[in-house]
Design a protein around this ligand. Structure first.
Ligand SMILES: [Ca+2]
Length: 123
């Protein structure tokens, strides 16, 4: 029940931000995520692509895993391995539901986000 309350709070907190977000970060011509090769240039946790890791990214990620639009940035960390590197906040070198859980814990006082050790943000 506690997690449902936290998620509800985050959704309410950021719903207006999403409604007002005219710059989704998607390529305007193709409506596809921006892509680059290693070294990847991103902010850990910033799946919405606005340059910050905040509650909006948690909601964005939840919506993605429920069938919404994908994160705005894909990077090829190793040859042939393209993935949503900015979403990895638990250092597992993948983006999945565990990262959403870690994000919620971070914003409620948990451990700081950790990038994939093999694919850290470019300095
Ligand atoms: Ca991860």
């Amino acid at each position: 029940m506690r997690w449902i309350t936290i998620i509800f709070f985050l959704v309410m907190l950021t719903s207006q931000l999403i409604a007002d977000d005219s710059n989704s970060g998607l390529n305007e011509e193709s409506n596809q995520p921006a892509t680059t090769r290693f070294p990847c240039n991103y902010v850990v946790g910033d799946v919405s692509g606005d340059g910050n890791f905040n509650a909006l990214d948690v909601v964005y990620g939840l919506e993605y895993f429920l069938g919404g639009i994908p994160p705005v940035y894909i990077c090829e960390c190793t040859t042939g391995d393209w993935w949503y590197v900015a979403g990895d906040v638990n250092g597992s070198c993948s983006y999945n539901g565990a990262d959403i859980t870690r994000s919620v814990r971070y914003f409620t006082g948990g451990a700081s986000p950790q990038p994939c050790a093999d694919c850290p943000p470019a300095p």
